[in-house]
Write a protein that binds this ligand. Structure first.
Ligand code: AMP
Ligand code: GLY
Length: 424
């Protein structure tokens, strides 16, 4: 069958790589894709925000399933429009994507289903929000309600910082995303990401991962989209996974169904493992980037079979198995990221770097130009490896990086430090 994949990052390269190995695949199209995705898919020049054009393309190319990677097209209702045109899609409807699109919406679901999460207040005016911060005191967490590209959250250790964050939200720093603010209790514990796949009623656990959001070694520097990740997350024992399914995931899926807006696709729970058990920090309604890259390297079963079952309401009929290995990815970013950075610098040595069969290099922001591979974004490459231990996976990833010739790039040297510290 023919598949259209939407997106252009490392997550989508990993998905394209996994889909391209499927026995069910005839042709994989990707819009807009990148230079790495072009190795396994046919790139198409489509304006993804023009849903009529996407539908037209699918009809003309017998596309039987559209796989949506990033959140923006989900929140914009691409899946709703495709399904209305009779085209199957993997991903949630606009209404169900509110689990990522609005933090206040998710808090409402938590209230309705008694899901463990941080205590909170939500405010649509500055004076009440400031008064709440003063009443609660620090540490406290201030979040713009809507999608703010990962920049809308301030974990304030001092009250003054929290007050400034509230001011920034209502002064329009995050545009519409900041018209409402959620102010939360500060949770203490270890963070983990938990991925499940859902078909509207059945939720199947996928795998766990941990990422590194700060730009520099030692978890220092500005927040980024993620500088590296590994799977599984050692903190997530089988008992914790079972508890998370029972107390957080299943009540969410049941509540969304009961409301008449069933959730389909990947539900990515950001968890804090506290002394009182797992608590929900946030939901994303898609695979993580770069977490998807490590998940795909561990997946044993055919991804398309699982995605089709999720899109078609038949997840109770499939299972998902994982290689009992550790996968780890190191993000190579353009110097300056997440601030200003140069585009168009030349990258060499990738085929030599990827010669180890346990190494896959996923492209996050690249393009082909004048016969060269050039950087075309902030996060540029995801050097991903698997091994029998965290150490082996990490050593393989860094050995590959040593072979990449890209002076304008940088990476963190300490990915998985927390898991390594546990192992030793
Ligand atoms: P979010 O975008 O909601 O995932 O928040 C970004 C990061 O802020 C999370 O990954 C956590 O590290 C941190 N964070 C968010 N909410 C809380 C909270 N209630 N307590 C402690 N840390 C938090
Ligand atoms: N790596 C974090 C995210 O995809 O949201």
């Amino acid at each position: 069958m023919n598949i259209l994949l939407i997106g252009s990052g490392g997550r989508e390269h990993a998905l394209a790589w996994a889909i391209s190995n499927s026995p069910l695949l005839t042709t994989l199209y990707a819009a807009p894709g990148n230079a790495g995705i072009a190795e396994v898919a046919t790139l198409v020049d489509l304006d993804v925000s023009n849903h009529a054009d996407v539908i037209h393309f699918c009809e003309n190319h017998n596309v039987e399933l559209v796989v949506v990677g990033p959140e923006a097209p989900l929140v914009a209702g691409l899946v709703d429009d495709l399904e209305a045109a009779g085209i199957k899609a993997f991903g949630p409807s606009r209404a169900a994507a509110q689990l990522e699109g609005s933090k206040a919406f998710t808090k409402g679901v938590c209230d309705e289903a008694s899901i463990p999460t941080a205590g909170y207040g939500r405010f649509d005016n500055k004076a009440d929000a400031l008064a709440y911060v003063r009443a609660q005191g620090a540490p406290i967490v201030v979040k713009a309600d809507g999608l703010a590209a990962g920049k809308g959250v301030v974990v304030a250790m001092e009250e003054a910082e929290a007050l400034a964050a509230v001011e920034a939200c209502f002064d329009g720093s995050f545009g519409d995303a900041g018209a409402e603010v959620v102010i939360e209790e500060f949770l203490e514990g270890e963070e983990a990401s938990f991925f499940v796949i859902v078909d509207g009623k059945t939720a199947l656990p996928l795998a766990t991962a941990q990422d590194h959001k700060r730009a520099f070694d030692g978890d220092e520097g500005p927040n980024t989209g993620g500088m590296g990740a590994y799977s599984p997350a050692p903190v997530m024992t089988d008992a914790l996974i079972e508890q998370t399914m029972r107390e957080i995931i299943e009540p969410t899926v049941a509540t969304m169904a009961k409301r008449g807006t069933p959730f389909k696709g990947v539900l990515y729970a950001g968890l804090m493992i506290t002394r009182d058990g797992p608590k929900l920090i946030e939901y994303n309604t898609r695979f993580g980037d770069p977490e998807c890259q490590v998940l795909m390297l561990r997946l044993k079963d055919d991804i398309l079979t699982v995605m089709l079952a999720a899109a078609g309401g038949a997840l109770d009929k499939v299972s998902v198995r994982w290689h009992d290995l550790v996968a780890l990815t190191v993000v190579m970013a353009a110097k300056g990221y997440p601030g200003d950075y140069e585009k168009g610098t030349v990258i060499k040595g990738l085929s030599e770097a990827a010669s180890d069969p346990d190494v896959e290099i996923f492209h996050a922001g690249t393009k082909s130009s004048g016969g060269h591979l050039v950087a075309n974004g902030g996060r540029v490459l995801n050097v991903t490896a698997r091994g029998v231990s965290v150490k082996e996976a990490r050593d393989k990833a860094y050995a590959a990086i040593a072979k990449i010739d890209w002076p304008e790039g940088f990476c963190r040297k300490d990915i998985a430090w927390r898991a390594l510290a546990r192992d030793s």
